[in-house]
Ligand binder design. Sequence first.
Ligand SMILES: [Zn+2]
Length: 196
Amino acid sequence: MKAGENADIEREHDRVEAQHHRCEQWKTELLNYSPSVVFMFKHLKLSRCLVPSSNIVCAPCDLTRSGGFHPAGAIILCQGHFGDKKHMEDTLTHELVHMYDHCKFSVDWKNLRHHACSKIRANSLSGDCRYMRELGRGFVSFSKQHQACVRRRAILSVRPNSMCPDEAAAERVVNEVWGCCFSDTRPFDEVSCAFP
Ligand SMILES: [Zn+2]
């Protein structure tokens, strides 16, 4: 190995360390001061879904996502993915909505309707589809842009589910549960959905 390569590895290591450190620091701040994160934790607790902060993990991941939820009760924050704390706040809130659904409604993630519903809710309630971030992604639509964003992201998320045969099926299932799940804003307020 050449000296230059060694220096590159060093630099990369430092960069990942710095990202991890920043992610942990933002996580601590969000857990204490973010209204949406504090709110979701309060409601998780009220629903007897205990999430120790050690189950929220900052880690490197591939750049296709900013976070993830594991049904065992863990949330991953993709430390290299956040340009600012606000983005991390949206991601953490999004994953906490999945956590809430999973714990409170015993979601079957292989059931496409369940999956689509939780995706619609997480996208809508977390602020993932706020106007400025949409602009950043290159999507601009002035009318119903929030709904269009939530719908588009839900379809993208359901598509890779192993139970989903194709794009058309993903779209169909999102449309099927849309009316109820988009208006189900729990725990922000009370509405309920029922489907098989
Ligand atoms: Zn999600």
